[in-house]
Design a protein around this ligand. Structure first.
Ligand SMILES: C[S@@+](CC[C@H](N)C(=O)[O-])C[C@H]1O[C@@H](n2cnc3c(N)ncnc32)[C@H](O)[C@@H]1O
Length: 266
């Protein structure tokens, strides 16, 4: 489902445009966390439209980006001509063991079908002492876009229609959980940093449209709702945007808090 969803050119473009502001800020933190510089060879997993790869290249690192979505790879290639991009599955890569000095994963881990197995595969391609850094959105219960969505869904969605089965997309935003899973995958020195990211919205309705047309699992949940419930969720998110967002011209900034987790390969 993840592969099919992200391979839809309109979802790839919707994500790249809609999440641009927040992902750029987090890309800088990921590049900081792995100490990107001209002596570092980095593998950027779930590279998407290349936002993290671009930041790493700007700092002089030698970058390979990997994603299983062809439309994402095409966006990344045109945005970052200096990086190498390959189409592939982060859960089973063709790279040899201990090929890279660092691995970055911008908002990709929550899409792995098995978090632990995905991190073990990242550890395999890292040299001993190599650095890992990945980002996760804060989700249910948080004060921000994802929290607002899950709150609206809990009150207004058809309860018989649930998120497709899969790992909890936001569980690693909790340090204790993240530390245990990341250590278990072969890492030490696990750190978690809170990032006060924001999304830039053209209008109050744009938050619903983003989850509906620029993501995969949330889009699947929203698209299966009856029209009346979709409208209720849309109105609720627009109300939260107006009430709790910051007005900027015609548009709004809304919080999209995230974390960056970093660790060192044993
Ligand atoms: C939310 S986007 C993140 C894009 C970018 N890294 C960022 O920081 O904004 C998630 C990306 O992960 C890719 N992806 C998800 N699971 C993957 C897997 N198992 N192997 C390769 N790519 C995967 C999707 O195709 C999508 O481009």
């Amino acid at each position: 489902m993840e592969r099919d969803g992200w391979s839809d050119p309109s979802i790839a473009k919707g994500y790249a445009d809609g999440f641009e502001m927040a992902t750029q800020l987090v890309a800088e933190k990921l590049a900081d966390a792995v100490g990107a510089n001209p002596n570092v060879e980095v593998l950027d997993l779930c590279t998407g439209h290349g936002v993290v790869a671009k930041e790493l290249v700007t700092r002089g690192a030698k970058v390979t980006g990997l994603d299983f979505s062809k439309p994402m790879i095409l966006l990344a290639k045109s945005a970052v001509p200096k990086a190498i991009f390959v189409q592939g599955d982060a859960m089973a890569m063709e790279f040899a063991d201990e090929s890279f000095d660092a691995v970055t994963i911008g908002f990709g881990v929550p899409h792995f079908p098995d978090t632990r197995r995905g991190l073990i595969e990242a550890a395999r391609v890292l040299k001993t002492g190599g650095k890992l850094a990945f980002s996760i959105w804060h989700g249910q219960g948080s004060n921000g876009s994802f929290g607002w969505l899950f709150d609206a869904v809990g009150r207004l969605a058809d309860p018989s229609i649930t998120l497709p089965a899969g790992p909890d997309a936001h569980e690693l935003a909790d340090f204790v959980t993240a530390k245990s899973i990341v250590q278990d995958a072969g890492f030490t020195d696990v750190k978690l940093k809170e990032i006060a990211s924001e999304l830039s919205l053209k209008n109050p309705e744009a938050l619903f449209d983003l989850f509906d047309g620029g993501a995969v699992r949330t889009a699947s949940l929203l698209s299966r709702q009856p029209d009346s419930r979709r409208e209720a969720i849309r109105r609720d998110l627009a109300m939260r945007t107006k009430r709790d967002g910051t007005k900027k011209g015609q548009g709004y900034f809304v919080p999209a808090p995230s974390v960056v987790i970093s660790a060192v390969r044993i």
